[in-house]
Write a protein that binds this ligand. Structure first.
Ligand code: UT7
Length: 332
């Protein structure tokens, strides 16, 4: 095993300025602020508005902030991985577009699609390139413009999702900090409960698919909820056990922000109190690949070198997993 680990050496995020509150949604669909808060924990989401703006534009803002924090330029990036389910286009990869917009001419990049687990999948993948010594600076960005695939006439999905992007920089570390372990899982059986029906090769876009509103997120909430509660809690407990970590050893649980009830169940299973759980779902909703780096961004000033973090996610696919990170730097 390599003694070199991949450490997160900077984090930054971006959410667009326009807000969509629960009260705004009360005017669009048959719902109430009370229902949304009590069933999900969400109060507000940010929505990217403006013609011609896509996921890459939010990602670029997050990456620019990241580079500024480390006094680096776009030419310093070796590789950029973009986790997203809302790419700017079916092809080319949004990572390529982000690199072009940044002027990251020395970097290559690719997109990774694992829905709400996209960020932890991408982080674990990127870490391998650092541990092998192949690259020195990798950007992992989780970004989704969920508003581009949400049906604002469907109350069961439109209340949940928001837009946003978060990015981290990975660099080699030899002082015991960094990404120390990960457990990733997937089960394609779960695809029937959460997917986008049209626009792929099985059902290409046509007048009919548009008329039938098949280009939006379809979710059967209950089965996803049940699988998420078990999957996220189990894998978080599993990574703690594997690394001989007790609740007192954990500084923070960094959970995917899908539903406050799923987050609470995961924290209970890990035995960690609410003061150790990063929760910002009330302000952003579920930004899919963006949730975990947006949490790290919001909590960055509270994190100390050596803090043990458990990043945990569950999403469409099904995909799920947990990452054990030892934080690498003191707050600035
Ligand atoms: O991040 C990717 C992974 N995704 C998730 O982890 C999401 C997992 N699922 C969930 O978070 C929850 O299932 C939801 C928040 C989507 C739904 O909450 P729920 O407690 O599971 O509600 P439900 O689907 O069982 O619906 C309960 C009732 C239904 O009415 P009836 O049949 O009991 O009369 C729904 O029609 O609530 C109704 N309902 C709503 N009512 C007001 C559904 N959406 C709404 C709404 N406002 N927005």
């Amino acid at each position: 095993m390599s003694s070199v680990k991949a450490a997160i050496t900077a984090v930054h995020g971006y959410v667009p300025p326009d807000l969509l509150t629960n009260h705004d949604l009360e005017k669009l669909v048959d719902t109430t602020d009370e229902w949304i808060r009590s069933r999900t924990g969400i109060e507000c989401r940010h929505i990217l508005k403006g013609e011609g703006l896509g996921t890459s534009d939010m990602a670029v803002e997050a990456v620019l902030g990241l580079l500024a924090k480390r006094s680096l330029g776009p030419l310093d990036i070796d590789l950029l991985i973009c986790a997203t389910v809302t790419p700017d286009h079916v092809f080319p990869a949004t990572a390529n577009i982000i690199c072009d917009k940044l002027g990251a001419k020395n970097a290559w990049g690719f997109d990774l699609g694992a829905a709400c687990s996209g960020f932890i999948y991408a982080l674990s993948t990127a870490a391998q390139f650092i541990e092998t010594g192949k690259y020195k600076r990798i950007v992992v960005v989780g970004a989704d413009k969920m508003s581009s695939i949400i049906d604002y006439a469907d109350r069961s999905t439109c209340v949940i999702f928001g837009d946003g992007a978060g990015a981290v920089l990975l660099e080699p570390s030899a002082d015991g900090t960094g990404i120390l372990d990960f457990i990733l899982k997937s089960d394609g059986h779960g695809r029937v409960y959460l997917h986008q029906k049209a626009g792929g090769s099985v059902l290409p876009a046509s007048h009919d698919t548009v008329d039938k509103r098949l280009h939006y997120v379809f979710q059967d909430g209950q089965p996803v909820f049940k699988a998420a509660v078990v999957g996220m809690a189990d894998v978080s407990a599993e990574i703690m056990e594997k690394n001989k970590l007790g609740p007192d050893d954990i500084a923070y649980l960094v959970p995917h922000q899908a539903n406050l009830r799923i987050i609470d169940a995961t924290a209970r299973r890990m035995g960690v109190g609410p003061e150790k759980v990063m929760v910002n779902i009330q302000r952003y909703g579920n930004t899919t690949a963006g949730t975990i780096p947006l949490c790290l961004w919001d909590w960055e000033k509270k994190l100390n070198k050596g803090d043990n973090l458990i990043l945990s996610a569950f999403g469409g696919g099904f995909t799920w997993g947990a990452v054990y990170v030892k934080w690498a730097y003191e707050p600035n």
